[in-house]
Ligand binder design. Structure first.
Ligand code: ADP
Ligand code: MG
Length: 157
């Protein structure tokens, strides 16, 4: 269904159920490296945390994956996982100063970032992989905006 996309173009695929969302995250995890940012767009209940859970599972994390709404940042570190990951939910962020305090830019030095509600971050890094989930039939439509940094790694399968 998904064809190889030129960097910057949008591609779409249908995720029929929550398991498919998680499986897509697991595929993506194979390609994930420190410094990567995966921006997860979509309304409440769209499946952002489900996708993040798939990525974390794909990286080897075996425990629970909660929604990091509180606290805003949930960190995962080796050896339980292949690389350090910050799972971030910016829903409650209102003030740019609060955002700066999180230290996300610094975290990119050695961690990958999975960011829910990335629209709270202005500007968002141009090299972030932008994924949008939206209701479609009984499942979700996934749209990707693929930056140059991800071109050779896309689609994940
Ligand atoms: N592709 C899908 N099709 C149907 N339901 C899904 C899909 N992906 C996730 N869900 C379900 O949507 C609900 C909300 O998911 P969640 O990941 O918590 O959303 P968000 O983090 O965007 O608020 C969960 O019950 C989850 O199982
Ligand atoms: Mg969520």
């Amino acid at each position: 269904m998904t064809r190889r996309a030129l960097p910057g173009t949008s591609v779409c695929r249908l995720l029929a159920d929550a398991r498919a969302t998680e499986a897509f995250g697991e595929e993506l995890a194979i390609r994930l490296a420190p410094g990567d940012v995966v921006a997860l767009f979509g309304e409440l209940g769209a499946g952002k945390t489900t996708l993040a859970r798939g990525i974390l599972r794909g990286l080897g994390h075996q425990g629970e994956v909660g929604s990091p709404t509180f606290p805003i940042v949930q960190t995962y570190d080796p050896p339980g996982i292949r690389l350090p990951v910050w799972h971030v939910d910016l829903y409650r962020i209102e003030d740019p100063a609060e955002l700066a305090e999180l230290g996300l830019a610094e975290a990119r030095a050695d961690a990958a970032l999975l960011i829910e509600w990335p629209e709270r971050m202005r500007p968002l890094w141009p090299d972030a992989l932008r994924l949008t989930l939206a209701p479609a039939d009984d499942g979700r439509a996934l749209t990707a905006q693929v930056p140059v940094a991800w071109g050779a790694r896309w689609p994940p399968r």
